[in-house]
Write a protein that binds this ligand. Structure first.
Ligand code: GLN
Length: 230
């Protein structure tokens, strides 16, 4: 028995470029761990959905304003967000790292950011981390709406560094994006699927039930292995 509202198509917001969680493949299809998990969970639980490719901060706003029913976007389950959103069980562990240009030999730690500018992505855990240390280390920040433009700003030399989720920056670096990581990972929160607090509770129920089924069947691991090569 599915608790989905009959005939309802849930609108699910996501980020634009956040490989390996959501990105376009060579054919222009939106793929990645989040996209494949949601697809498999919807099939398992028997609900319909439509993906809205909005960007991360825009997705947060869209869910809060009720223009989206939920979001999946490598979204960290933070205490601050728990005030505003209801989350599924965590489905992926993450953390924040600093990325610098691959040929930069000057920056070895946060102290070397003094007097420099740092690129961050609006509304993210990486941005919150940078904001929390910017006064201490004396750097300024510029905000971007998506990860690609944030990386480009570092490659172009406008920003000395960016802060990004480890699995995402690690994946980008494995694709020869021209950046590197020189510091340890900062502790971060795990990813969850989210709805506006108190709304669409059946979506969280179905996500959790479906996720558990995928873990049990091995499909969850299969999806991870598709995008994260050992
Ligand atoms: N995990 C980070 C957060 O939730 C970044 C998510 C993203 O950029 N899509 O803030």
């Amino acid at each position: 028995d599915t608790p989905a509202a009959p005939g309802k198509t849930y609108l699910i917001a996501t980020d634009t470029t956040f490989a390996p969680f959501e990105f376009q493949d060579a054919q222009g299809n939106f793929v990645g761990i989040d996209m494949d998990l949601l697809k498999a969970i919807a099939e398992d639980q028997g609900f319909q959905y439509e993906i809205q490719v909005l960007g991360f901060d825009a997705s947060l706003q869209s869910v809060q304003s009720g223009q989206s029913d939920g979001m999946i976007a490598g979204m960290s389950i933070t205490d601050a967000r728990r005030e505003i959103f209801d989350f599924s069980e965590p489905y992926f562990d993450s953390g924040v790292v600093m990325g610098i240009k691959a040929d930069n030999e000057e920056i070895k730690g946060y102290a070397d950011l003094a007097g420099k500018n740092v690129a961050i992505k609006k509304g993210t855990e990486g941005a919150a981390f940078a904001e929390s240390i910017m006064d201490e280390y004396g750097f300024t920040v510029t905000y971007f709406a998506d990860s690609s433009n944030m990386y480009e700003d570092v490659k172009a030399g406008n920003s000395a560094a960016c802060f990004e989720d480890y699995p995402v920056l690690g994946y980008a670096i494995s694709q020869d994006i021209g950046l590197k990581i020189v510091t340890e990972m900062e502790r971060g929160n795990s990813y969850g699927f989210a709805v506006n607090k108190g709304q669409n509770p059946e979506l969280i129920e179905m996500f959790d039930a479906g996720l558990q089924n995928l873990r049990d069947s091995g499909k969850y691991q299969e999806i991870l292995d598709t995008y994260i090569k050992k």
